[in-house]
Design a protein around this ligand. Structure first.
Ligand code: FDA
Length: 308
């Protein structure tokens, strides 16, 4: 892992820095590049604009570890309202949630119950509830949550991270469920004992996992979701899909708002199904630092915003 990435990811866990940055106008200006606004209506407005260009959306309220289950219930109720707004506006959008934001640190059972309420809503609306994968200390519990949800609900998806050594085994264990998997490289600071430190190894692990997901899709599994801006990987996976006979629409490509916009449009023109994950909310600091860590050159945008 590069020094800049290590520094930015450890900064993402600093409460002091979060307090400082979130109060500064220049930081809010810089964040705008990755987030249309702090309110859900900002995110849905951006989703509407993207929809005009044939691009769907996934929306997520920022915020991670909580201090009370009442806060988790408020997050659950917020997302119930988001499903309603999406339906009323007839948007091709779906919510994505973080288990810690629904109470995982406080009670597994309470988090499961909050997720069940949202999964039932996704089923009723014909939508999808996507579950993000957080740092490696949460993977076992998040997989347990997903398995329990899948006992009763079809419309639930899960993110898996290619940088973790364990993911091929986790995927093999999940495949009999025909799961909807969003494959990502992984955004957290993980030690070399649990995750590949070298980017080239992560990229190869991603391709191997993607190939397995496409193989499963070719045999009637759910269409995989490739959550990446890595166009080289997307091209390799698209070629593999064609080779395996996975038809158009047999997989989706998801990117983050503000990153790779011209690639998103080019992929739509080439006939691919593309969605953009749009974040909103006031608790943007740790999420924003992970975006900077993915491309430390982004720090330049912060400097430019500081200069006005
Ligand atoms: P890579 O880092 O190789 O980047 C490929 C190219 O994209 C770079 O060359 C650069 O040009 C551009 N790029 C990438 N990130 C950029 C940035 N921040 N700013 C500007 N340009 C950038 N992680 C996780 O741990 N759990 C999760 O649940 C999710 N969920 C998720 C959903 C979706 C839809 C996406 C796209 C990503 C995630 N992630 C995630 C984040 C993911 O793990 C990873 O950190 C980022 O996607 C960056 O990796 P890439 O695959 O884009 O490749």
């Amino acid at each position: 892992m590069s020094l800049a990435r290590t520094v930015l990811l450890s900064a993402s866990r600093s409460r002091w820095l979060a307090d400082q940055m979130m109060r500064r106008a220049f930081a809010r200006r810089a964040v705008k590049r990755f987030m249309p606004g702090e309110d859900v209506t900002d995110a849905l407005g951006a989703a509407q604009t993207l929809a005009a260009g044939g691009i769907g959306a996934v929306v997520t309220q920022l915020g991670e570890n909580l201090t009370s289950l009442t806060e988790a219930e408020a997050v659950r109720d917020h997302y119930l309202g988001v499903f309603d707004l999406i339906r009323e506006r007839r948007l091709a959008s779906q919510p994505s949630v973080k288990p810690t934001q629904l109470g995982l640190d406080l009670s597994f059972e309470a988090c499961l119950s909050n997720l069940e309420t949202l999964a039932a809503k996704a089923d009723a609306d014909g939508s999808l509830l996507s579950i993000d994968m957080e740092d490696s200390s949460y993977v076992d519990r998040t997989l347990d949550l997903f398995r329990k949800l899948r006992e009763k609900h079809e419309r639930v998806g899960l993110a898996l991270q290619a940088y973790l050594y364990r993911t091929p085994k986790d995927l093999d264990a999940l495949l009999p469920l025909k799961p909807i998997i969003r494959l990502v490289k992984g955004a957290y600071a993980e030690p070399p004992a649990v995750a590949f430190p070298k980017k080239a190894d992560v990229d190869e692990a991603y391709f191997a996992l993607g190939e397995k997901l496409l193989g499963a899709a070719a045999k009637g599994g759910a269409p995989p979701i490739f959550g990446t801006h890595d166009m080289r990987l997307v091209a390799r996976l698209a070629a593999k899909a064609a080779q395996l006979g996975v038809k158009d629409g047999g997989f989706e490509i998801h990117m983050l708002y503000g990153i790779g916009s011209s690639d998103q449009r080019a992929l739509v023109r080439a006939g691919h199904t593309v969605r953009v994950l749009i974040s909103y909310g006031s608790a943007w600091f740790p999420w924003y630092m992970r975006r900077l860590a993915e491309r430390p050159a982004n720090v330049w945008f912060v400097v430019k915003s500081l200069l006005g």
